[in-house]
Design a protein around this ligand. Sequence first.
Ligand code: B1M
Length: 189
Amino acid sequence: MQTAIEQSLPLDKILNEGLIAGMEITGEKFSKGLYFVPEMLFSAKAMKAGLELLRPGLALQQELILGKVILGSVQGDMHDIGKNLVGMLLEGAGFEVIDLGVNQPASNFMKAAIDFPQAIVGLSALLTTTMQKMTVVIAALRSAGLENPIIIGGAPVTPAFAAQIGADGYAKNATEAVQLVKSMIQKGI
Ligand code: B1M
């Protein structure tokens, strides 16, 4: 990693062809029963350490705050690497990120949405079980009269699911998340 950075390889190449590609292999091996949870944890630790090395380059210091985004992994979900990457790229693009962390109940998203009424709320889920909790968060915010725009993402999430549960936006990956947030801010959503 450090060598790749020192050799000035493009950061997106290091990220996509190095870190993310490596994580895909871990996922495949886990699916085939060749890796178990400890191996996934090792991979996650390595990926997090790698992302920290990339962070200064990804999150180029921006003076301008274009808007705020509240981010969190929904209740029951401990996966945070993708969410963190979304957060880093958003920060790099000039947004302030309020990161609630993992395993966040709807009530915590509500509290943050009340504190930051202009902020976009971003929900992340990596499990087919926990993605159902996104519905709960959206319902909780809307029934409390909170109008923050809500975007969702994570490997099992699809645009159809986003539409079905009433999310205002869906992004497949971190780059798309930045484009989505920018376009929502521009349109005043
Ligand atoms: Co877990 N895990 N895991 N895991 N894990 C998956 C997700 C799995 C697909 C592996 C597999 O079976 N092949 C599978 C889910 C199956 C399913 O439901 N469809 C799985 C499972 C089953 C589990 C456990 C249940 C295992 C067990 O205990 N028996 C358990 C559940 C724990 C829990 O959450 N309650 C579990 C645990 C773990 C670890 C803790 C060991 C570890 C996570 C560590 C951490 O995050 N701190 C882990 C890992 C590392 C993985 C894999 C291998 C990698 C995930 C990752 O970080 N990818 C994963 C397999 C895989 O994805 N190939 C797997 C890299 C990351 C950059 O991509 O997270 O997809 P991703 O994020 C992307 C996009 O999804 C998107 O942008 C990101 C960047 O491009 N995105 C958003 C994400 N959030 C977004 C939000 C947005 C927009 C875009 O807007 C707000």
